[in-house]
Design a protein around this ligand. Structure first.
Ligand SMILES: [Zn+2]
Length: 339
C-alpha cells in the first residue's frame, strides 16, 4: 500500500508552508539567527508537537515561525518541503504562505516572497515539481492590515496566484474582508478562503464566501453539505473545495480504529456528496511533520479490506485531483509559475 501511494502522481492543493517546518531545520535556523529555542533537542521538540484543538495547533504553528528571519531562511523552508514533495511524487503544489505572521514581527514582505519564489524556481528546474503561491491574510487581524498587505504584494503579483484567508475564523467572517477581496479580484488574483469545519455560523460563512465574495475555491468548507442550495451553487460554478481530512477527524473525534470517514464510508451525514464530480477534494493536510499519504499508509494494514477500499479510492481520485473546475479556476491549478 505504501509503495502504491508513493507511486501515484499527486498534486498538493492545501499546504501551509510555515506548517512544514521540521524540528531539524528549526534548530538549524535558530542557530543561524542566534536564537534560543525552548527545547533541548529535536526529540524534545518533536514530542511537544501535539495538539487537540485548533487553538493549540495554531499556538505551535505560530511559535514555529519565529526562527524564520532572512531570505535564505524562507528559501530553505520551501526547498525542504518541495524536496520532500518531489520524493513523494508530488508533481504540482499550491502553497499557502502567511506574510502577516512575519511582517507583524518585523520581517519585511519582500524577504518572505523573494525567498519562497527563489525556492519555487529552483525546485522547478532541479526537481521538476511545479508550485504556485497563495498569499493568505490572517483573519484575526484587522481588515485594514490585510488591505495593506495586499497593496504591499502588488509589485510581486506575478509571483502570486491567488489570495486566501486563514487563522482563527471564530468571530472573523468572510464579510469582514469583502473590500480586500474585491481589490484582490481587481488586481487579477484568484480567490480562496478557509471555511473551517463546524465553526460558529459555518454555513453562513460559506454562504458569504460564495455569494458575497464570489470565491473561486473554498478551503475545508465541509459544512456546505448542510445547505443543498449552496452545494448546487458551487457545483454550477465549478468552485473547488480542498477538504482537510485530518482536521475533520480531529474535530469529529473519529477514532483511529474507525478510520477515514470518506475511505471507509460516511463518517457524517452527507459525506458521500463530497464524491460528486466537480467538488474538489484533497487527500492530505498541510500539517507539520505529516508527509503526504503518511496517515493513510499508517492507518491501514496492506491487503486488508479497508486497504483495498482505500486503494480503489485513491486510484479513482488521482486522475481528477487537479481538475478544480471550469473556466478560470483551471488556471489556478494548471498555470506554470510565471516569470
Ligand atoms: Zn489550511
Amino acid at each position: 500500500m505504501k509503495d502504491f501511494i508513493a507511486g501515484l502522481p499527486k498534486c498538493e492543493l492545501h499546504l501551509h508552508i510555515e506548517g512544514t517546518l521540521e524540528p531539524e531545520l528549526k534548530f538549524e535556523l535558530a542557530a543561524r539567527n542566534g536564537l534560543e529555542l525552548p527545547y533541548a533537542s529535536v526529540a524534545e521538540m518533536r514530542a511537544a508537537y501535539t495538539f487537540d484543538s485548533l487553538s493549540s495547533f495554531l499556538t505551535i504553528y505560530y511559535e514555529g515561525m519565529k526562527v524564520l528571519r532572512t531570505e535564505p531562511d524562507f528559501y530553505d523552508l520551501a526547498t525542504a518541503y518541495l524536496t520532500k514533495a518531489a520524493e513523494q511524487n508530488v508533481r504540482y503544489a499550491e502553497i499557502f504562505f502567511d506574510p502577516q505572521a512575519h511582517t507583524s514581527r518585523g520581517v519585511p514582505f519582500d524577504v518572505v516572497i523573494r525567498g519562497l519564489r527563489r525556492a519555487l524556481m529552483d525546485a522547478h528546474a532541479r526537481l521538476g515539481v511545479r508550485a504556485q503561491l497563495i498569499m493568505c491574510f490572517l483573519r484575526d487581524f484587522q481588515a485594514e492590515y490585510a488591505m495593506a498587505t495586499l497593496l504591499e504584494s502588488l509589485p510581486y503579483k506575478e509571483w502570486i496566484a491567488g489570495v486566501g484567508l486563514d487563522s482563527d475564523e471564530k468571530g472573523n467572517p468572510p464579510r469582514k474582508f469583502a473590500a480586500v477581496y474585491e481589490r484582490a479580484r481587481q488586481e487579477g488574483y484568484l480567490l480562496t478562503m478557509h471555511c473551517d469545519v463546524d465553526q460558529d455560523d459555518a454555513v453562513e460563512h460559506i454562504r458569504q464566501a460564495v455569494e458575497e465574495i464570489g470565491v473561486d475555491r473554498i478551503d475545508h468548507g465541509v459544512n456546505i453539505l448542510e445547505d443543498q442550495r449552496l452545494v448546487e451553487l458551487v457545483l454550477a460554478r465549478g468552485t473547488g473545495l480542498t477538504c482537510c481530512h485530518d482536521l475533520q477527524r480531529l474535530r469529529h473525534r473519529v477514532d483511529e480504529g474507525r478510520g477515514h470517514p470518506q475511505a471507509d464510508g460516511p463518517g457524517r451525514a452527507g459525506d458521500d456528496q463530497l464524491r460528486r464530480p466537480g467538488l474538489l477534494r484533497r487527500l492530505r493536510a498541510g500539517e507539520p511533520h505529516r508527509p503526504a499519504g503518511g496517515a493513510a499508509a499508517r492507518s491501514r494494514g496492506a491487503g486488508s479490506a479497508p486497504a483495498q477500499r482505500l486503494r480503489d479510492h485513491l486510484a479513482a481520485q488521482a486522475p481528477q485531483g487537479c481538475l478544480s473546475g471550469r473556466d478560470r479556476r483551471l488556471h489556478l491549478v494548471t498555470a506554470s509559475p510565471s516569470g
